[in-house]
Design a protein around this ligand. Structure first.
Ligand SMILES: *[C@@H]1O[C@H](CO)[C@@H](O)[C@H](O)[C@H]1NC(C)=O
Ligand SMILES: *[C@@H]1O[C@H](CO)[C@@H](O)[C@H](O)[C@H]1NC(C)=O
Length: 191
């Protein structure tokens, strides 16, 4: 009896962990509220992050949802670097949660390795910017563009553990935080 119980329990645990792993890794399983639907998504390789988007080729605009695991006191950011690869030069959107529970999100230009992280102008038009915190994830929504150089961009993403006096504080410099960058083609639809 005991061994049957152990086997059943083991199988159950394996099934649960497979479900947990696949639901956190497979971006196409994520559902948004009906007014926010995204045709494309990719599971980003670092920081438990995912990017969802719709690209409108005639307007050269991309509607995105960037989401990442985060604690209530942390921050997340996603950006496009139109002039290079990596952090410096990125035109970013940063989001965090105030202690009263409401989220804030704003554009910020990353001009150095010690950026202000305060709201600033960025070189892209952004609209429909909002953020939410749900199920231990922060999500940034935005419409970005026109992307004058087309749908292939260098992008970066980041998360940090703390916000102090309304200013996101430096992120960890451990490996995943230094590798969270890549190239993305918004005109293709990975699944
Ligand atoms: C929460 O706090 C922020 C920052 O102080 C403020 O701007 C915002 O209006 C507050 N939200 C609510 C719902 O009170
Ligand atoms: C942006 O917001 C406006 C006003 O809420 C809405 O009409 C429009 O459909 C939104 N655009 C996109 C691409 O989501």
């Amino acid at each position: 009896m005991a061994s049957i119980y152990i086997v059943v329990n083991l199988v159950f645990n394996i099934l649960v962990s497979i479900f947990v792993i696949s639901s956190s890794l497979n971006c196409s399983k994520k559902t948004f509220s009906p007014e926010k639907t995204f045709n494309s998504c990719t599971d980003l390789p670092y920081l438990r992050a995912h990017l969802h988007w719709n690209y409108n080729p005639s307007l050269k605009k991309v509607s995105i949802a960037y989401r990442s695991k985060q604690t209530p006191r942390g921050w997340i950011a996603w950006g496009i670097n139109p002039t290079g690869i990596g952090m410096v030069g990125s035109q970013a959107l940063v989001a965090f949660r105030y202690s009263n529970g409401s989220m804030t999100v704003y554009p910020t230009s990353i001009t150095s390795y010690n950026p202000s992280m305060l709201p600033s102008q960025i070189s892209f038009l952004v609209s429909n910017v909002s953020a939410e915190y749900k199920k231990n994830e922060m999500i940034i929504y935005a419409v970005v563009g026109p992307l004058e150089n087309g749908p292939v961009v260098n992008h970066v993403w980041q998360s940090g553990n703390s916000v102090s006096s309304g200013i996101p504080q430096i992120h960890s410099t451990s490996d995943p935080h230094l590798q969270s960058m890549g190239t993305i083609d918004f005109s293709v639809q990975p699944r």
